[in-house]
Design a protein around this ligand. Structure first.
Ligand code: ASP
Length: 355
């Protein structure tokens, strides 16, 4: 009797393959590797160019061909989806990537997906997939801080580690993962916290685990809903509503806030400290909320929770607050929460505590 519990013919099939792979009896796991560009697909004028180089020039099969170790761990199926820096990613790109990941996972032969992309917005893509992919199979998003051409590039090791994580049965059911610098992060928490260092990725509660000698070691699981237990499926989404982020600073002009509030369906306000909003801006955002714009208070500090009805009367003004989500994660979540035109603020507020 297999030690894997079979939920369906499909998961049974995959579990059986994983078990036989472990026992060394059968073929390697099949991993789809989707390329979208970024530094991991970049090239510099010389090996000394660790921080100045051209992004998004190497095709995914060229990158993988230069990295035979990854192919020793899985049968790889490469596909070039995009060839752009992730700073260019718009909602349409998230949807296109999500639909392709979902379709790849639908194939009963496929055990997992690795998505290569630029590191700049990896935290947004990964969180979007984490909330909209309907599969237990591992999805690992990976990038690098130095191009493959640079001295001490992290590209080869990160990509190898990503394939190892995606190919391993212990990564199933953990939601979407971001692998970098020997660490495995949950898409919910991870953010890019350095513009150039190799140890650029940070999760406020620490990584879920490490990749050690090509094997994942997990120490924590994800407490919040994701993938199968989340309410969205990327296959059902054709477009996302406009949600903007406004960052607070001393001279932020009301007219800027008004202009955004007249266009957006939702606003994430990255306030100072505990999501504080200056009085003159608060008046504009209270009016926007009255007109039906969903305003969520977040913090520009980079960590911590925002307290509802603490320093700001959220009920009175018709605002939402994030739990601990960064403004960037909150934007992704609010776009999804607004699908179907939800106008119920209590239901929207509940999303920030559930995901
Ligand atoms: N600008 C690049 C990108 O996000 C940086 C990187 O890949 O690290 O595509």
């Amino acid at each position: 009797m297999s030690r894997f519990f079979c939920f369906s013919a499909r998961s049974c099939n995959t579990a059986a393959r994983a078990a036989s792979y472990i026992a060394g009896m059968k073929k390697k796991p099949i991993i789809v590797v989707l390329g979208t560009g970024g530094t991991i697909a970049g090239h510099g004028a010389s090996a000394a160019h660790v921080a100045a180089y051209t992004c998004s020039v190497l095709a995914i099969d060229e990158i993988m061909a230069a990295m035979p170790h990854a192919a020793s761990r899985a049968d790889l199926r490469m596909e070039q989806l995009l060839q752009i820096g992730s700073e260019n990613f718009r909602n349409e790109h998230l949807l296109m990537i999500g639909k392709r990941v979902s379709a790849a996972l639908e194939d009963v032969e496929v055990d997992g997906v690795v998505l290569t992309q630029g590191t700049d917005t990896i935290e947004e893509t990964a969180y979007f997939l984490h909330l909209t992919i309907k599969s237990e199979k591992p999805v690992v998003v990976v990038g690098s801080m130095r191009p493959p051409s640079a001295m001490s590039s992290d590209a080869a090791l990160n990509l190898y580690a990503a394939v190892c994580a995606a190919a391993h049965p212990s990564s199933r059911g953990k939601g979407v993962l971001v692998v970098a610098n020997d660490e495995i992060h949950t898409a919910r928490d991870v953010s890019k916290a350095s513009s150039f260092k190799l140890e650029a990725f940070h999760s406020p509660y620490g990584p879920l685990g490490y990749i050690v000698e090509g094997l994942p070691r997990y120490y924590r699981t994800v407490a919040r809903d994701h993938t199968l237990s989340a309410e969205w499926s990327v296959d059902q989404i054709e477009s996302l509503p406009r949600v903007d982020i406004i960052h607070a600073y001393g001279e932020l002009d009301e007219s800027v806030v008004e202009a955004i509030a007249s266009q957006a369906r939702g606003i994430v306000y990255a306030g100072t400290g505990n999501g504080s909003i200056a009085r003159r801006i608060a008046a504009v955002l209270a009016q926007a909320a009255q007109r039906g714009v969903q305003v969520a208070r977040a913090s520009r500090t980079g960590s911590g929770v925002v307290i509802r009805n603490g320093a700001q009367p959220d009920d009175e003004r018709g605002w939402l607050v994030v739990d601990d989500q960064s403004p960037y994660k909150a934007r992704v979540l609010l776009m999804l929460a607004l699908l179907g035109g939800i106008g119920d603020r209590a239901a929207l507020q509940a999303c920030f505590y559930r995901y």
